[in-house]
Design a protein around this ligand. Structure first.
Ligand code: ASP
Length: 360
């Protein structure tokens, strides 16, 4: 299925050269943001946030305003026709006809992909459930490029909720495309990195290791990426409480870290980094959030200037087969074609919206 518009649903839909060009632009914007103040004069960006957000929503809005464009949208679907039962298809169809670029966040995996099938402008995935968060990854890559001066040869520790954390899924997929990166996953067995992400890392030639304490890994890391335990994605409060407070980065643990480690976090922080760490010059999370505006300015400019169209669904609809993930958009909006990729023998299918695997 071909869309007239160029969307950003997953960074993997683009070659690495596209990301690096965009990051180079992000660096130039950071050096002199005022030089880009009229790049989007007359353009309108819509932000549809079906899930809470501070940084992603506001940094997108700031980015568009700093480029000279204007913004519309909602951050509380209860105040829109969504509360009357309107589908993603209808809402995005209409809002995309009012705007030049549409940014969407939703609690269900695959929603940005679903929106891109019918939208009349480019769609940007600002987080789809526990699945992906490509624009956080652009922010993270820009931070690494500026602060570590490289995207290769790094040992990166990812700590916390690796199963539900969409930021770490997108980030690992992206960083495994660069040479000699090594991942150390620090989590409990219940919150470990999904198998499909590990398979992508291996297929891209990167390596990973899994440990369950911060102390056993921190001394080896160039980058520590902390994450919040994603309370909203647990089936029960008991399951969440069993994981809460497992990993806490404090001043004492920072003593074990390299002198030039950088500590990142997509934020919001709950209690996984104590506030005393904020004073450490290796704490990079507030700077990282600031760089999110430059990354998103570069993204908006790139998408609006290229607008080459993109392939949306590449897979096949298998009669009677549904995605097994209850949090996939295809199990909530019936009209969507249930499209799957196959690994060759057609017995293992992968949902094109949420990447969940299914044996048939
Ligand atoms: N802000 C990030 C996200 O939207 C991280 C988080 O919520 O924990 O995924």
């Amino acid at each position: 299925m071909q869309s007239e518009y160029q969307h950003l649903i997953d960074l993997s839909d683009y070659p690495v050269a596209w990301w690096t060009k965009l990051l180079d632009l992000g660096v130039r914007i950071k050096e002199d943001p005022a030089a880009y103040a009229h790049e989007c004069d007359g353009k309108i960006m819509a932000t549809l946030f079906y899930e809470p957000s501070t940084r992603t929503q506001m940094s997108f809005q700031t980015a568009m305003l700093r480029l000279g464009g204007r913004i519309i949208g909602f951050d509380n679907p209860a105040n829109s026709s969504v509360s009357k039962g309107e589908t993603i298809k209808d809402t995005t169809k209409i809002v995309s006809s009012y705007s030049d670029i549409l940014v969407i966040r939703h609690p269900l995996a695959g929603t940005a992909k679903a929106a891109s099938l019918t939208a009349d402008c480019p769609v940007i995935n600002a987080g789809d459930g526990g699945h992906l968060h490509p624009t956080q990854t652009l922010t993270d890559l820009l931070t690494l490029k500026i602060e570590k001066k490289t995207l290769s040869g790094l040992t990166i520790g990812l700590c916390g909720d690796l199963i539900n954390g969409r930021t770490v899924h997108s980030l690992c997929k992206a960083l495994s495309m660069f040479k000699d990166n090594k991942f150390i996953f620090i989590s409990t067995p219940e919150l470990s990195m999904p198998a499909y992400i590990k398979d992508i890392i291996k297929a891209n030639g990167s390596t990973f290791e899994e440990v369950n304490t911060l102390e056993s890994a921190i001394g080896r890391l160039d980058v520590l990426y902390m994450t919040r335990i994603q309370q909203e994605r647990f089936a029960t409060r008991e399951e969440y409480l069993a994981q809460k407070n497992t990993y806490v980065l404090d001043r004492k643990k920072m003593l074990l870290a390299k002198k030039d480690i950088i500590v990142m976090h997509p934020l919001p922080r709950v209690d996984e980094i104590t506030t005393e760490v904020d004073e450490d010059k290796r704490a990079m999370y507030f700077t990282q959030a600031k760089y999110g505006v430059f990354a998103r300015m570069a993204l908006i400019m790139t998408i609006l200037s290229e607008n080459k169209g993109s392939e949306t669904l590449k897979g096949k609809v298998y009669s009677g087969v549904r995605c097994g993930n209850p949090k996939c958009i295809t199990n909530h909006e019936e009209y969507l074609p249930k499209s799957f990729r196959s690994s060759g023998d057609e017995t293992l299918l992968e949902c094109e919206y949420c990447d969940e695997r299914k044996l048939i």
